[in-house]
Design a protein around this ligand. Structure first.
Ligand SMILES: [Zn+2]
Length: 156
């Protein structure tokens, strides 16, 4: 059974920002996959009186350098891993496996929700059918993540 690989999720690395961009910032507004959310920033001391910047995960309040995006919002890797110990595991695994398999058949490369051109020689009808099926898998996967997070963190 395959696990969700973190490179299959939309993510943002805080190290993409320069020191001066983050200096003194308490909150940054992040946009990932057309989803925008304000995320707190914290610091830890490092050499020469400078600080190291971290995102604060809105779910567990832990520090993280990389933040990931799902339907329910942005969260750290740990929170997404926890999701896999949930009862949605089997369903989510099946969904992501299905989406990945269809993406391969369609020649789509990237995240599970990515799009690409219709492969040469494939009928439009087939193409549309496969894309619709892929979208069903993808929705089912993200719903699983969202539902679980909502329960775990009492958002609903
Ligand atoms: Zn977290």
């Amino acid at each position: 059974m395959s696990r969700t690989k973190t490179n299959q999720l939309h993510r943002l690395d805080i190290r993409r920002y320069s020191y001066s961009e983050l200096e003194g910032a308490k909150v940054v507004e992040l946009t990932l996959n057309n989803y925008t959310q304000k995320i707190k920033v914290t610091t830890t001391p490092c050499n020469y009186g400078k600080v190291r910047h971290w995102f604060v995960c809105p779910y567990c309040s832990g520090r993280c350098a990389i933040i990931y995006q799902a339907n329910s919002g942005l969260a750290c890797r740990k929170c997404y891993k926890l999701c896999y110990a949930s009862e949605n595991k089997t369903k989510s695994d099946r969904a992501i496996d299905g989406a990945v398999k269809l993406n391969r058949r369609l020649g789509f490369t990237g995240d599970i929700d990515c799009y690409g051109k219709k492969p040469k020689g494939m009928h439009w009808k087939t193409f549309r059918k496969l894309v619709a099926k892929r979208n069903d898998y993808s929705t089912s996967f993200w719903n699983g993540v969202g539902l679980w997070m909502g329960r775990r963190f009492k958002l609903n």
